[in-house]
Design a protein around this ligand. Structure first.
Ligand code: GLN
Length: 239
């Protein structure tokens, strides 16, 4: 990693439902608590996407802003260039669908995505709304996920793309899996925000950039996170 961890928050004006900006805040915080300097770029949809970031974040969005965001990102090219040189991309819900090859528009019509991840999304019969519990692909070494979903999209993976997790409760991709990952690109249907509720997923992304195992964070600083996590997990066991 260079002198600072460069976080790029893509299109907060179009893609930021259910507090997805929290993903940005928690990445910055968990890096800083380990002495890693952070630079943050908020890139609105009328601005160029810098190609030299380390972690790119995309949030959820409603159908029309999602289509507009996909068009602008295609025209811009910065995110695709960054992904091609191995930058980390973490995309949520509408953002997850946008980085795939195709997604369903407002009337279910196919809309081209960026094709950074070999996934295709269409529109399912019903919206998936509610809390999700899912076990992460063991290859990633991340703890069980909790999150909140609200989407009509259903997503299929192509060869070479692994599911991020297996659903225990909820809908996710619609086939018993949740999210997807290939290389350093990770997509999920989970809001929450996902990285606040699942700090080990946040650390996976920072660790990919740092290239070395991350030191633990002072347990005092983790108290709120641990409480939130415990509370969300207990909600599933009726506790
Ligand atoms: N519009 C997309 C869908 O309904 C994404 C929704 C979202 O980002 N919450 O599938």
């Amino acid at each position: 990693m260079q002198s600072a961890l460069r976080l790029v928050w893509i299109y907060p004006d179009l893609l930021s439902t259910y507090g997805d900006r929290g993903n940005l805040l928690v990445l910055a915080r968990r890096a800083q608590l380990r002495g890693i300097a952070v630079e943050v770029a908020h890139v609105n949809s009328d601005q160029r996407v810098p190609a030299d970031g380390d972690i790119y974040l995309l949030g959820g969005g409603e159908d029309l802003p999602q289509i507009l965001a996909a068009r602008r990102l295609q025209g811009d090219g910065g995110l695709a260039a960054a992904a091609a040189r191995g930058a980390v991309v973490f995309a949520v819900c509408a953002g997850y669908q946008i980085i795939g090859t195709e997604f369903g528009g407002a009337e279910g019509e196919p809309v081209p995505g960026l094709g950074l991840l070999d996934i295709r999304s269409g529109r399912g019969d019903r919206r998936g709304v509610g809390e999700v519990l899912a076990d992460v692909d063991p290859a990633l070494g991340v703890e069980r996920l909790t999150g909140f979903e609200n989407h009509q999209g259903v997503t299929r993976r192509g060869p070479g793309v692994q599911p991020l997790a297996t659903v225990l409760t909820g809908v996710g991709n619609g086939d018993g899996t949740e999210g997807a990952h290939a290389g350093r690109i990770v997509g999920t249907y989970l809001h929450g925000p996902a990285l606040v509720r699942n700090p080990s997923l946040a650390d996976l992304l920072i660790g990919w950039v740092a290239g070395t195992p991350l030191p633990p964070i002072d347990p005092k600083q983790e108290e709120l996170v641990t409480d939130l996590r415990g509370e969300r997990l207990a909600a599933f066991s009726g506790g």
